[in-house]
Design a protein around this ligand. Structure first.
Ligand code: AMP
Ligand code: ZN
Length: 468
């Protein structure tokens, strides 16, 4: 097997990777903050991680992937206060939507989806260790802070010069878009609105709630041990989030926290980063409305290397819709063919070699996809010729399945699409009902009825059927 190489932000180079135990890759992927449905920019990062996960398995290793759900932070508490809800009333429907959208985009299940609010004991224990080691201190405001000048490795991931780090004001914000290069909060003293929203817990330093960075260190070590193989996220997480995770974890254990750090570039709209704050976001629901299938969106995302910025445009999406139509037609043709030619088998061998080499070379999906399309062109020409070589046909089928097993860009059958579209809208309706947003729930029901779909709410959930 050729080496599997990955760009490691820690070394700033493409390095040969294999799991520490030779068998299973233990990987942590920073998950969504669940105050609003994730946008397709977030999903670009999750798709890069899906590509990584599937390529690791193509290499014959197992994967143990953990993706956290940030279900307590400033934005969630703010939303809860505005609406007179608890944080879990805000986050539950959003988590549900996240999984519906994730499945729609064919992003494979991680092994665990731990929630921050379910891991308070681990987080408190980590803070206790840091205080005991003299790296963390409680300040006058009751919060506990991490003293970055007491951790010599601070800045090694982001290559930040510690002399440039401004001393002084401490930052209690979770908002990582700010330049909060100062001591950061591990434990934030509870304010009345935190108590009201159910976002305060007992700790040796008084009631409070965890800082954002703390949850990832605590949950990563809880599920993957003190040193993991790979830690991923979008590029905006390099600093301060991942830098602070390293400081917390290594400050407590004295061991390397992650061997590889991998970061995906941004999805942009009209040249600027897609972000809820900017208001230029598109959701998976928007994709559906525009008739962009999961296969087409995956094709669009994988057409650009994960370390390059990618612009969302309707022209590019149109191109992807057309691209996956060809993949789908070929898939049907391959399924119904009766035989092939020796040249078909040769084209399959070449495609497998090229696609695998591309994927193992720092996840070069655009090149792998190019190899797949070259194969489709050559194979179509061979199938035109007929031929009765069963073994060649089998070879073509298995190579196609192997490459597509990573990219997953065959559009699903009409019937399945229709059903998954309806299921997805019912899930949105369920989420709306759960947050007592009955206007939205009713609107979804009426839309479905207008399309001739009858829905029936019963004790075991909602059922639907075509009325005609
Ligand atoms: P958040 O919910 O803000 O914590 O973000 C979840 C993940 O999405 C993180 O890994 C971010 O780095 C990533 N992310 C946020 N915005 C974008 C974007 N425009 N393009 C790609 N990834 C993003
Ligand atoms: Zn994280």
């Amino acid at each position: 097997m050729v080496d599997f190489r990955l760009y490691n932000t820690l070394t700033r180079s493409v390095d040969v990777f294999s799991p520490a135990d030779g068998k299973t890759v233990r990987m942590y992927t920073c998950g969504p903050t669940v105050y609003n449905p994730a946008h397709v920019g977030n999903f670009r990062t999750f798709l890069f991680e899906d590509l990584l996960r599937r390529t690791i398995r193509l290499g014959g290793w197992g994967v143990h992937q953990v993706m956290n759900l940030t279900d307590v932070d400033d934005k969630i508490i703010k939303r809860a206060s505005e609406r007179g809800l608890t944080i879990s009333e805000v986050t539950e429907p959003v988590i549900e939507t996240f999984h519906v959208d994730r499945e729609f985009l064919r992003i494979q299940n991680a092994e665990e989806y731990p929630r921050a609010t379910e891991h308070l004991p681990e987080m408190i224990e980590l803070v206790r260790k840091l205080v005991e080691r003299g790296i963390a201190y409680q300040a006058d405001d009751g919060s506990v802070y991490y003293a970055i000048d007491r951790f010599p490795g601070y800045g090694k991931l982001s290559r930040l010069d510690t002399r440039e780090i401004k001393a002084g004001a401490r930052v209690v914000q979770d908002d990582y878009t700010k330049e909060n290069a100062q001591d950061f909060a591990l434990w934030k003293a509870a304010k009345p609105e935190d108590e009201k929203a159910g976002a305060a817990w007992d700790a040796p330093w008084g009631r409070g709630r965890p800082g954002w960075h703390l949850e990832c260190s605590a949950m990563a070590m809880r599920y993957l041990g003190e040193t993991m193989d790979i830690h991923c996220g979008g590029v905006d997480l390099v600093f301060p989030h991942h830098e602070d995770e390293i400081a917390q974890s290594e400050g407590a254990t004295g061991k390397p926290f992650s061997r590889f750090w991998c970061h995906g570039e941004f999805l942009l709209t009209e040249g600027s980063k897609m972000a809820k704050r900017v208001g230029n976001v598109a959701t998976v629901g928007d994709l559906r409305e525009q008739g962009v299938s999961p296969a087409a969106f995956r094709h669009f995302v994988f057409s650009t290397h994960y370390r390059k910025q990618l612009n969302l445009s309707s022209e590019a999406l149109e191109g992807s819709i057309e691209g996956v139509r060809r993949v789908g037609d070929f898939s049907d043709r391959l399924a119904s063919a009766k035989g092939g030619t020796p040249a078909l088998a040769a084209a399959a061998d070449e495609a497998e070699r090229e696609a695998t080499n591309a994927l193992f070379d720092d996840l070069n999906a655009p090149l792998a996809m190019g190899a797949l399309f070259t194969f489709i062109r050559k194979a179509n020409a061979e199938l035109d010729r007929g031929g009765d070589d069963r073994a060649a046909l089998d070879r073509a089928r298995s190579v196609f399945a192997r490459i597509n097993g990573v990219l997953d860009i065959v559009p699903s059958l009409e019937v399945g699409d229709e059903a998954s579209r309806i299921e997805a809208r019912l899930a949105y309706r369920r989420a709306a009902r759960e947050r007592r947003d009955f206007a939205t729930a009713d609107a979804i029901r009426m839309e479905l009825e207008a399309e001739g779909i009858a829905i029936e709410d019963g004790p075991s959930g909602t059922r639907w059927k075509r009325a005609r």
